[in-house]
Design a protein around this ligand. Structure first.
Ligand code: MRU
Length: 333
């Protein structure tokens, strides 16, 4: 991704490994501060995933693979390492997929395997961009939720990849960026990525999407996914479900962009997806200060499940698919 740092303009990934160290862009600090964090052990990687220094399903997958590589390099018990990483965040399928892939390669050089895994994610996201970019016409107004950009996917993005490629092809369009309470991944991270790429956009309050859709001012919606069940029900950042319902109500095509590693074919429907509950403080505190009455509590599900009937199409590295058309995807990784 194109990033402006204090060293000037750079092309960076969200995560990379050099020698014995994995470096990640600290996603908790953006856009206020561009900072990277060096991670030297599997335990540190597990912590970075839990506290969301690294986040977004495919990036979490790469982080998990690199965590396994760090454990392998240190001669640690790989089963214990796998258990620790799998205990960090329950919803994103890529994390479990990546850990199991690394376990299946025990005996090989896991540093190389993790690097290859991260490279593959990048090429898959580029392919998602190529398959999705034709949906975006000059003058389109696109809605997106949370951050499914390069930060969330090592590079390019899933939902943002078609926008990146359409923009690089010279098409001019506009993006509504849902702020995405409570952690504000849209307002902080997606806006930062679009700004770095030079794509016209505006941040909207989460509850403003219906207003623009009802006025006919949204042409399509593209979001990412954390886990997709066999029938096409999918989990994504909390609030995605209501955007999908609003899109259907207002005749706005609703696309989900994700690599095949996000599909969980062990689940027949979305009801089996485990939804992560996060700390009440993410809701009760704004910029570190409590804004709610001292004795009020909060509920904080990090994801919701959108039924497949609201999805116009799934944009994957293998092309575009409708719910119910996934049989060919079961065979690929
Ligand atoms: O809790 P997060 O920030 O990890 O959640 C991220 C999302 O919900 C993204 O939309 C999803 O992971 C898709 S990322 C390409």
């Amino acid at each position: 991704m194109r990033v402006r740092t204090n060293r000037g303009r750079e092309d960076l990934r969200a995560i990379w490994m050099d020698g014995a160290v994995v470096t990640v862009i600290d996603q908790r600090e953006l856009p206020r501060k561009f900072k990277t964090v060096d991670i030297k052990t599997c335990a540190e990687m597990a912590e970075a995933i839990s506290d969301m220094t690294v986040r977004g399903a495919p990036t979490i997958g790469a982080a998990a693979a690199y965590g396994m590589a760090l454990a392998w390099k240190a001669g640690e018990d790989l089963d214990k390492a796998a258990k620790a990483i799998k205990a960090t965040r329950p919803t994103a399928h890529d994390l479990f997929y990546a850990v199991d892939l690394m376990l299946s390669k025990r005996g090989d050089d896991l540093v190389k395997a993790a690097g290859a895994y991260a490279d593959e994610i990048v090429s898959k996201c580029k392919a998602i961009g190529e398959h999705g970019a034709p949906l975006i016409k000059g003058g389109h107004r696109i809605l997106t939720h949370c951050n499914a950009g390069a930060l969330a996917t090592v590079d390019f993005g899933t939902a943002l990849a078609p926008m990146r490629l359409a923009h690089r092809a010279g098409r001019k369009f506009f993006v509504y960026v849902d702020e995405t309470r409570p952690r504000l991944q849209g307002a902080k991270l997606t806006a930062w990525e679009l700004l770095n790429e030079g794509i016209d956009h505006a941040i909207i309050a989460d509850n403003a999407a219906g207003h623009y859709m009802s006025r006919g001012e949204v042409d399509l919606a593209i979001v990412g996914a954390d886990r997709i069940a066999s029938n096409g029900d999918f989990a994504n950042k909390i609030g995605t479900y209501e955007k999908a319902v609003l899109a259907k109500e207002n005749g706005v095509p609703f696309y989900v962009a994700a690599p095949v590693s996000t599909f969980d074919f062990t689940l027949t429907s979305g009801s089996g997806i485990v939804i992560e509950d996060r700390s009440q403080d993410e809701v009760l505190l704004v910029n570190g200060r409590r804004v709610s009455p001292e004795h009020s509590k909060a509920l904080n599900p990090a994801f919701d499940v959108t039924p497949a009937r609201y999805v116009t199409g799934f944009i994957t590295e293998k092309g575009m698919f409708k719910p119910g058309e996934f049989s060919s995807l079961r065979k690929v990784g």
